[in-house]
Design a binder for this molecule. Structure first.
Ligand SMILES: C[C@](O)(CO)[C@H](O)COP(=O)(O)OP(=O)(O)OC[C@H]1O[C@@H](n2ccc(N)nc2=O)[C@H](O)[C@@H]1O
Ligand SMILES: Nc1ncnc2c1ncn2[C@@H]1O[C@H](COP(=O)(O)OP(=O)(O)OP(=O)(O)O)[C@@H](O)[C@H]1O
Length: 349
């Protein structure tokens, strides 16, 4: 029987770009958060004398050969296990391609999880993370889920205590932003806004500390203020019924106070000005269900807003859908997905 895996997505709550490293990748400090929006990856595998991979998908822009992240992962995992097998995979795409939501990276993690289950084997945890990092910088985070600190080139992941669930509206403009190009544009920036390598490195450290400090002061930080123990996780009924989620709001406001932002906005917004407008509409104004925070995710083109309640997120969705400048922008109402729920809902039966 085949294994069906929900291949969730991520947003980058914050992202700072550092200097270019010897391997030509950029140093990053980022705060990833998984979202309750997913593709479906189905894997069926049986041991065989020779390895044979077959991949199908419902999306024309997803490659079905060795260029596909899921294919790369399965090929490398079998090699690592010293196993030959016939593997059939299908990827049902619901998420945007080149959206900055890590969809292709999540497909690779889901393929690994499905393959292990099908073959009844499990690689040691560190080996799985190493394989994932080899496939892409964004893949390892999907082997943790929830709130995750990303360091080095984003592939070194540290699980953070869960942030409470919060309502989220994702807006996906009708453009694909190339991640390598966005990094090149960042490097090409000259003039007063451009940072020296030294100040870029300082900023990476500064943001790592800021993210960690969110969890550092029980009793005084925004996360735990006026918190009674049984409400520690926040809960989705609160969000779905439209009741403001005070705990999530406090957490978000603490994060915003750390100066969280996404450096890619500085190069992606000038290249695609309508994305700045999408962010403005997500944010809203004080009188019209404003977002607590809105930003570009990764290198885009997806943007997201986080809201006090599901009702506020719906109002923001209307704002975008009725704006003449936002033709072709798709919106997805969802919520953030903490680690326990990420794993509980992983298998689609
Ligand atoms: C922008 C983000 O989505 C933020 O989460 C990620 O950093 C991108 O992760 P990803 O899509 O898994 O990226 P990879 O497949 O590892 O890299 C794609 C390309 O982006 C550039 N790249 C990526 C990550 C990084 N830290 N520095 C880079 O310069 C490199 O040119 C690389 O060839
Ligand atoms: N499984 C996959 N799903 C989607 N695209 C894939 C996949 N494997 C390889 N690709 C290629 O990778 C490119 C980027 O796709 P992806 O959807 O991962 O981008 P993204 O959402 O911007 O990811 P990230 O946030 O990690 O940068 C696509 O243009 C596609 O050709």
């Amino acid at each position: 029987m085949a294994t069906r895996v929900r291949s969730y997505s991520k947003i980058n709550l914050g992202l700072a770009i550092g200097p270019v490293r010897a391997d030509r990748f950029h140093g990053l400090t980022t705060l990833y958060q998984t979202l309750d929006l997913h593709d479906l990856v189905t894997v069926s595998a049986r041991r065989a004398a020779k390895t044979r991979l077959v991949l199908t998908t419902n999306h024309a822009r997803v490659p079905v050969d060795g260029r596909n992240t899921a294919w790369k992962m399965v090929e490398r995992c079998l090699e690592r296990l010293g196993v030959t097998a016939e593997v059939e995979m299908s990827i049902e795409k619901n998420l945007p391609v080149q959206g900055g939501m890590g969809a292709g990276s999540a497909n690779a993690a889901a393929a690994l999880i499905g393959l292990e289950r099908e073959l009844g084997v499990a690689l040691p945890g560190a080996a799985r993370l190493e394989l994932a990092a080899g496939v892409g910088s964004d893949v390892p985070l999907f082997l943790l889920g929830g709130a995750v600190l990303g360091l080095n080139r984003g592939e070194q992941v540290v699980p953070l205590p869960d942030l409470p669930r919060i309502a989220c509206l994702v807006a996906v403009p009708n453009v694909g932003v190339s991640t390598p190009q966005a990094f090149r544009d960042w490097d090409g920036r000259q003039g007063p806004g451009g940072l020296t390598d030294e100040s870029k490195a300082d900023r990476l450290m500064e943001l790592s500390l800021a993210y960690a400090s969110l969890y550092a002061e029980p009793g005084t930080s925004g996360i735990v203020r006026s918190l009674n123990p049984e409400k520690k996780q926040g809960n989705s009924e609160e969000i779905q019924s439209g009741v403001p989620n005070g705990l999530a709001e406090n957490t978000l406001l603490s994060l915003v106070r750390t100066g969280v932002e996404n450096d890619f906005e500085q190069v992606v917004f000038p290249a695609y000005p309508s994305l700045r407008e999408t962010k403005r509409l997500l944010m809203g104004t004080d009188s019209e269900a404003p977002a607590l925070y809105a930003a570009l995710s990764g290198s885009g083109s997806a943007l997201f807003g986080l809201f006090r309640s599901d009702a506020d997120a719906r109002v923001a969705q209307q704002r975008i859908q009725s704006a003449a400048t936002q033709a072709g922008v798709r919106t997805f109402l969802t919520e953030t997905l903490p680690r326990a729920a990420y794993w509980q809902r992983m298998f689609a039966g």
